[in-house]
Ligand binder design. Structure first.
Ligand code: NDP
Length: 426
């Protein structure tokens, strides 16, 4: 390849050299964001809760305030936007440093995963500090254990900040809120580029925002999730929390920031119906189990049937959890459709001659032959999420079979029996 065609290739793929991938400034601002989150976690009052019983006995103490922390960050971003509009420095910084921010977060995930891996060798059997290894994360294969997470709930004592639960911090704070901030930055960019904000990008941001705020509002329910109870904290979770989730889940709004599609009233109504249906299943199934686990006499769930297992724990056999195993996953997946549908039949291209102008917000992007191909990116979420949830269901089934033995078989049989009854009644 001669130099001129190499130059052309660089221009076409938007390669600006290593500085396009990494910058010290972007990395430092990113670390500042983490630090700010740590400060908020420390100084804001929070809900003091105990985790579930550990295999080695005892419960860990937690302080939850990711929700008020997020409100402070969003409030500050709101004030900045009121004062500076779409030119607010946070939004332009995110847009201009998108790839550099991915690199910075990748670095954080790598460093944190390596740190907790090395530190996991301090964990002793029957540890007094309530530290334990994860079931699947200490095979002896360094790469595998580093990836899966050797320690179950690593905690670190930081000067001024005290004890920080690394897994809960990563799961609830930088990435989850970062996802919403990315969406908002993309709205600002669309406005700067086109002088308008489309219903599609607002819709996705609203509902992804609802998902994020919901997760933060019900933050204590994380204590009964597989992530906290079963999975070790390694590169997989660290990467998932701070890189994968914010940067891939916001691909649709990033797409719409450049290709502003209007859905109109019928499109919006259809998407609202999808998301409403999904949320109803997702939230009521999750609430039902959380209430049951907290207090089985709670009047809202006291009428539900259950089986008492030999472990002392009870399993619901009616209500949502008697209808299907992990029906909460189904609701979650249905909601996921509403993040993709507003991008329509996606795909656009920017002609080479327009490339330079386009980076200066030239609105002239066309679908042409690219129509449809963009769906690989904008509908990727729904495919990926289905695979994730199916895989998760299988892992949870194995976990429950191991934990509950014959009682789990009984629960599955009771469900099948109920299904047969329903069919016979019909
Ligand atoms: P669940 O909240 O479904 O929890 C599974 C656990 O619930 C089981 O291990 C078991 O734990 C308990 N359980 C199972 N059946 C019953 C029953 N019949 N009665 C009472 N308890 C039961 O799973 P997750 O932790 O995976 O998910 C939590 C939420 O997070 C879900 O809504 C999911 O959709 C969402 N999620 C979102 C992701 C995303 O990327 N957006 C990724 C993963 C999850 P026990 O030992 O206590 O009995």
């Amino acid at each position: 390849m001669d130099m001129s065609s190499l130059g052309r290739l660089k221009e076409e793929v938007g390669w600006h050299g290593i500085s396009g991938l990494f910058s010290t400034e972007a990395t430092l601002w990113m670390l500042g964001y983490y630090l700010f989150s740590l400060v908020l976690q420390t100084i804001l009052p929070g809900q003091e809760v105990q985790g579930v019983e550990l295999a080695s006995g005892g419960r860990l103490d937690y302080k939850f305030n990711a929700f008020p922390s997020a409100l402070i960050v969003l409030g500050a971003a709101g004030i900045g936007t009121m004062l500076q509009g779409a030119d607010f420095a946070l939004w332009t910084f995110i847009w201009d440093n998108y790839v550099r921010l991915i690199t910075a977060n990748l670095g954080v995930a790598f460093a944190v995963a390596t740190f907790v891996y090395v530190r996991s060798y301090q964990v002793q059997k029957g540890n007094q500090d309530k530290r334990e290894l994860s079931l699947g994360g200490h095979t002896g294969n360094i790469i595998y254990d580093w990836f899966m997470g050797r320690e179950l709930n690593p905690r670190v004592n930081l000067p001024l900040f005290g004890s920080i639960d690394v897994k809960i911090f990563c799961e609830l704070r930088p990435g989850l809120l970062g996802w919403l901030l990315l969406d908002l930055a993309f709205i600002a960019h669309q406005y700067k580029a086109y002088g308008k904000i489309t219903d599609s990008i607002v819709f996705i941001t609203l509902f992804q925002g609802l998902y994020v705020i919901d997760a933060l509002y019900y933050e204590t329910s994380i204590l009964s999730t597989i992530d906290v109870i079963t999975d070790g904290f390694g590169f997989m979770l660290a990467f998932g929390d701070v890189v994968w989730l914010p940067f891939t889940y916001s691909l649709q709004t990033r797409y719409l920031a450049v290709y502003p599609l209007d859905m109109g009233i019928p499109g919006t109504a259809g998407c609202i119906a999808v998301v409403g249906f999904g949320y109803w299943i997702f939230r009521s199934a999750n609430n039902e189990k959380a209430r049951f686990r907290e207090n089985p006499k709670d009047p809202r769930i006291a009428h539900l049937k259950y089986i008492q297992t030999k472990t002392g724990s009870k399993l619901l056999t009616s209500g949502w959890w008697g209808t299907a195993r992990h029906i909460n996953y189904l609701g979650d997946w249905i909601m996921g459709w509403s993040y993709c549908l507003p991008t329509g039949i996606a795909g656009y291209y920017i002609e080479r001659s327009q490339l330079a102008a386009a980076t200066n917000f030239d609105p002239d992007v066309v679908q042409g032959k690219a129509k449809g191909w963009g769906m690989i990116f904008t509908y990727f979420y729904i495919l990926y999420f289905a695979i994730l949830l199916i895989h998760r269901e299988r892992r949870d089934d194995e976990k429950c079979a191991r934990k509950y033995g014959k009682d789990w078989e009984e629960y599955k049989k009771q469900r099948i029996a109920q299904e047969i009854e329903v069919v016979e009644d019909e």
